[in-house]
Design a protein around this ligand. Structure first.
Ligand code: ADP
Ligand code: MG
Length: 589
């Protein structure tokens, strides 16, 4: 059950199309095309060496048959010396080329991954915000860090190695066909068998790869059990059960590891058998050829050497293809993030843009037959909501937990899926505006504000829009006697909840956005902070439209109007006095 859950999350369904993914990787990252340069150079060296070898064998054979040169002279004699020197030079060149190749792999990997990582981050940043509710941050970070890093480290190497293997296979086959077309033809069935094997092994390897990461996820989960839940297990005398659960998930992970190793070993074993059969056939053919005088011994040696070389290349390719399919798996996971749909694409029905003439944004905020859910296929939350919030008024939103208060606010930020209807600001449709313009109409004081590591200034004014004097003035207005350069810890943990809310209020004051959304904390804010906030609402924020998700009677009593939601609909709407008289504590959830 747990494995199924993890497997679905890891996307086991995407086991096909390794080749397509690799092609996309190559096309998507142009710098990868550089890998072809060392590959072709290496192919030229292999072809040259092979040709030289054939020529040398012929020369040696000529010397021996014509008895024109003694064995010592053959090696050291003038005619052979330059060729031997050339062979040595080729060997040195190959070594140098290898060193350059590894350098290129590293550099290409760096360049390629930097671009891909940027695209992944953009994909995540531009997608719907509910994505972060559905996927735990650990999983998102795992992809951003681990998959992109694996691609950086191994992508170019595995691509380059496999390309080099394929090119060498072609070169050796062509060189062999010059020596003997029949011998070259004998490698065709081996080649077909090899392709068939890879086609069958690829999905198996990818599937085990996905299952392995799923089971690894399970192991991590069990480890969290041990860290987080050990006290409860000890209390109920169940420690051995906890350890058994951990051991069994480790065992299941290792099982998948071994299965993958087994599949790879079988693939290599079958390739070795095919290569052995191929070499025996070539040996047989050479023997028959020499026997009947169709093949000279020198050509025979060349063919046999080539066929052994082919065997090594096939074994090498089986190995490197296995790793390449793993890289395809990383590509799939990386491209899934690159391809995340932008949030507007998942927003649903966007109404026809209506007038946005100057001054069009001056009027009231209006929900018109507005129906929304969080995703296309999830239940409707706000249902045919029609509501007008007068410009400049202070409105309190109440309702039981799950009534739809936060959903209403999320709708204003356009973070949900719109099924029908519209939200208007004056004469303009909020849903038809560019997303950034729509969001820039609203300022927010969240229930539990999260502040970033930095200073008060960097948190209040991330874009550097305000002077120190303006910020200090705003801090004074919310009665926070803090220095703008005061250091804040990640999350703002060195300030109290009330102070963090007041800091947000100071930011709201500075931004001058016409609509202010306040999510009142259910608890944790003292009466002094509350009094400061209420006074700022009346003074500095006077004239702005305030929508407060309220949990306290005192807050509601200071509003111009109170709206009660239930199951995504407005059930009561009136002055505080009208609504508060029969409000139960549960409705202030
Ligand atoms: N991210 C989400 N995805 C799907 N459903 C959600 C999400 N957030 C809230 N809901 C659902 O929307 C309904 C209204 O929730 P919410 O607007 O948070 O209520 P309230 O703020 O009044 O407590 C609830 O049934 C809740 O389960
Ligand atoms: Mg809520």
């Amino acid at each position: 059950m747990a494995t199924e859950h993890f497997t679905t999350e890891e996307g086991a369904q995407g086991t096909s199309g390794s080749f397509g993914l690799l092609v996309r990787y190559l096309r998507h990252v142009p710098v990868l095309r550089l890998l072809i340069i060392p590959t072709l150079l290496m192919a030229a060296v292999v072809a040259g060496a092979y040709q030289l070898f054939i020529w040398l064998s012929g020369e040696i054979a000529k010397c021996s048959s014509e008895h024109s040169c003694a064995p010592r002279e053959i090696v050291l004699g003038l005619s052979l010396e330059p060729s031997l020197a050339l062979l040595c030079a080729l060997a040195a060149f190959v070594t140098l080329l290898k060193a350059l190749q590894w350098n290129l792999f590293e550099t290409v990997g760096q360049v390629a991954s930097r671009g891909l990582l940027r695209e992944m981050l953009q994909g995540v940043a531009r997608t719907r915000t509910t994505f972060f509710d559905e996927y735990p941050s650990g999983k998102i970070i795992n992809r951003l860090v681990k998959d992109s890093d694996s691609l950086r480290l191994f992508g170019p190497i595995r691509l380059g190695d496999s390309m080099a293997g394929i090119v060498e296979l072609i070169v050796v086959s062509v060189m062999m066909s010059f020596a003997s077309a029949a011998a070259a033809l004998l490698s065709v069935p081996t080649f077909i068998f090899f392709l068939w094997l890879q086609r069958n092994i690829a999905p198996m390897l990818q599937k085990t790869l996905v299952l392995r990461s799923a089971r690894f996820g399970e192991v991590l989960h069990r480890e969290t059990d041990v860290i987080e839940g050990v006290r409860s297990f000890v209390l109920y005398g169940q420690l051995s059960a906890l350890m058994e659960r951990l051991a069994s998930s480790v065992y299941r992970f290792m099982q998948m590891h071994f299965l993958r190793g087994g599949i790879e070993a079988w693939g290599r074993c079958l390739t070795e058998i095919a290569v052995a059969v191929h070499s025996s056939a070539v040996l047989g053919a050479v023997y028959v050829g020499i026997h009947y005088g169709h093949v000279t011994p020198v050509v025979g040696v060349v063919i046999i050497t080539g066929s052994f070389r082919l065997g090594t290349i096939f074994s090498w390719l089986t190995w490197s293809f296995g790793l390449l399919f793993e890289t395809a798996g990383h590509c799939r996971r990386v491209f899934e993030y690159v391809d995340l749909p932008i949030e507007e694409a998942e927003e649903g029905n966007t109404p026809v843009p209506c007038s946005a003439a100057p001054g069009a944004l001056e009027g009231d905020l209006q929900f018109v037959g507005y129906t929304m859910s969080y995703r296309d296929a999830t239940p409707t939350i706000l249902d045919d909501l029609s509501l007008t919030i007068a410009r400049g008024s202070k409105v309190g939103l109440v309702g039981r937990t799950g009534a739809g208060k936060s959903s209403l606010v999320q709708s204003l930020f356009r973070m949900v899926h719109v099924k029908s209807g519209d939200i208007r600001v004056g004469a303009a449709s909020l849903l038809a505006m560019p997303l950034d313009s729509a969001r820039s109409l609203f300022a927010v004081v969240p229930q539990d504000p999260y502040l970033f590591e930095g200073t008060i200034r960097s948190n209040i004014d991330r874009l550097g829009e305000f002077t120190d004097g303006e910020i200090t003035e705003a801090l004074r207005a919310v009665q926070l006697p803090l220095d703008t350069s005061m250091a804040l810890r990640e999350g703002g943990t060195n300030l109290s909840l009330g102070q963090r809310q007041l800091l947000c209020l100071a930011r709201v004051m500075l931004t001058k956005r016409p609509f202010v959304i306040m999510d009142e904390p259910t608890s944790g804010v003292d009466t002094i902070t509350d009094a400061i906030m209420q006074s700022v609402l009346r003074t500095a924020l006077h004239g702005r439209t305030i929508i407060t998700i309220a949990h306290r009677l005192e807050t509601l009593s200071r509003m111009d109007r109170v709206i009660e939601l239930e199951d995504g609909r407005v059930v009561r709407d009136g002055t505080p006095a009208e609504i508060l008289k029969d409000l139960t504590p549960a409705e202030l959830a």
